[in-house]
Write a protein that binds this ligand. Structure first.
Ligand code: BTN
Length: 248
């Protein structure tokens, strides 16, 4: 693997509830080196955003958690890590699926030709106002062909019409993640923010949203530095967090 630290320590588990929970449990008891990767063949209780579950057929996809130690990142800037991780996945897909349309749907769903190919669940361990460790959980649909519960899901195989070697994709993921993480660590968040906006789904377009049952249409203006979604409806401009809003 052509990385400095990401994936240099790699733990493969057969069946686990959730790689994120596994990593968090480990971190409570032990110190894990930055860049440690936990890869599961099968997740019995894969966790998604907003308390959802994550569907993944055993042995077909990547269900992985990465440990990072972004001590340099204030809690108020944690969305920059989300940006770095989302962009790393987009970088990876640009290599493996050169013909596909790639978008990041706020906050961090990765879309291939309009359908979700990857979900990200980042869980931070905080010390005062800093992030002492981040568990970056990634569910990347690689070779699964049919999705039962996730209606808008797609895999790399669905998009390319061919099977991918999971080890090759994993190694590339380690490299791409490390490159974007180092960009963040060396203070290039302005670049991360502009790259994120360059492939943000719906940027500059009118989209429909649900806010506590109220459906409304608004133009996507981008995100604030802290990661709120900036919307304009008529004369009014407002920022929303994930709990307030969902896409329709
Ligand atoms: C989402 O809802 O979009 C986020 C899904 C994140 C799934 C991954 S799979 C590896 C890691 N372990 C989990 O339990 N969840 C994340």
């Amino acid at each position: 693997m052509k990385t400095l630290f990401t994936g240099q320590s790699l733990l493969r588990v057969d069946t686990v509830g959730s790689t994120n929970s596994y990593a968090l449990d480990w971190l409570r008891e032990n110190d894990l080196a930055e860049g440690t990767v936990i890869v599961a063949q099968n997740q019995a209780g894969g966790r998604g955003q907003r308390g959802n579950s994550w569907e993944s057929e055993p042995g077909k996809n990547l269900t992985v958690s990465f440990i990072f130690k972004p001590h340099f990142l204030q809690v108020t800037r944690q969305f920059d890590l989300t940006r770095a991780v989302s962009l790393a996945i987009a970088d990876l897909l640009a290599v493996f699926l050169p013909a596909a349309e790639l978008k990041i749907k706020w906050p961090n769903d990765i879309l291939v030709n309009g359908r979700k190919v990857c979900g990200i669940l980042i869980e931070n361990i905080l010390r005062d106002t800093q992030i002492s460790a981040a568990v970056v959980g990634i569910g990347l649909n690689v070779n699964q062909e049919v999705f039962h519960s996730a209606v808008h899901a797609v895999s790399m195989k669905n998009a390319a019409g061919k099977t991918f070697d999971l080890q090759t994709v994993l190694e590339s993921l380690c490299e791409m993640l490390e490159a974007r993480y180092l960009q963040l660590r060396s203070g290039h968040e302005t670049r991360l923010r502009s790259d994120y906006h360059a492939i943000l789904f719906g940027m500059g377009a009118k989209k429909r949203f649900n806010r506590s049952g109220e459906i409304f249409e608004a133009t996507v203006l981008g995100t604030t530095d802290a990661g709120l979604l900036r919307l304009a409806a008529g004369e009014e401009e407002r920022n929303f967090n994930l709990k307030e809003l969902s896409w329709i």
